[in-house]
Design a protein around this ligand. Structure first.
Ligand SMILES: [Zn+2]
Length: 156
């Protein structure tokens, strides 16, 4: 999936968690959420993150949708941060998880338990295709609805 679709979906997950008041520090939560959403694609030199020069080095050593697209890695990354700050750790993991969930619907798929297992979770969606565009706008619509609901509950 392309970056904006990941962003729209990850933000939606974050908003829902925030809406049900599971989060104390919203700023920290969303900051780490956005980091988690973008992080897995550091291994992709066509992605927003992967284009940065530091991540070009990462690309040399790690295949796209290898270790950085594994939930095992997401847990290893989020666990220590969770002990430091629950909202930051939870945000990071949720962002990461939302990325992996979306990519598992693509034709290319994603090895969710790599390197423990080579099981490839895949679907039927072509990355950057028309179906993804429709999904993107659907997520944006849901984002707006949840934000409106949030604002409503703050004001009233
Ligand atoms: Zn990805």
């Amino acid at each position: 999936m392309i970056f904006r679709t990941h962003l729209a979906f990850g933000f939606l997950i974050g908003l829902i968690v925030f809406y049900f008041q599971f989060v104390e520090n919203g700023i920290l939560f969303f900051l780490f959420l956005f980091f988690g959403i973008g992080f897995p694609d550091v291994d992709n030199n066509k992605s927003k993150f992967g284009r940065k020069s530091f991540f070009k080095i990462v690309n040399l050593f790690f295949k796209h949708r290898g270790i950085f697209h594994s939930l095992i890695f997401g847990i290893i990354l989020s666990w220590p941060i969770y002990f430091f700050d629950k909202d930051a750790g939870a945000g990071l993991f949720l962002g990461f998880l939302s990325h992996i969930i979306l990519d598992s619907f693509t034709k290319q798929g994603v090895r969710i338990f790599y390197p423990l297992s080579n099981l490839n979770a895949r679907g039927f969606i072509k990355t950057g295709g028309n179906l993804e565009k429709i999904i993107f706008y659907f997520f944006i619509l849901l984002d707006i609805l949840v934000v409106a609901k949030l604002l409503n509950s703050i004001i009233l």
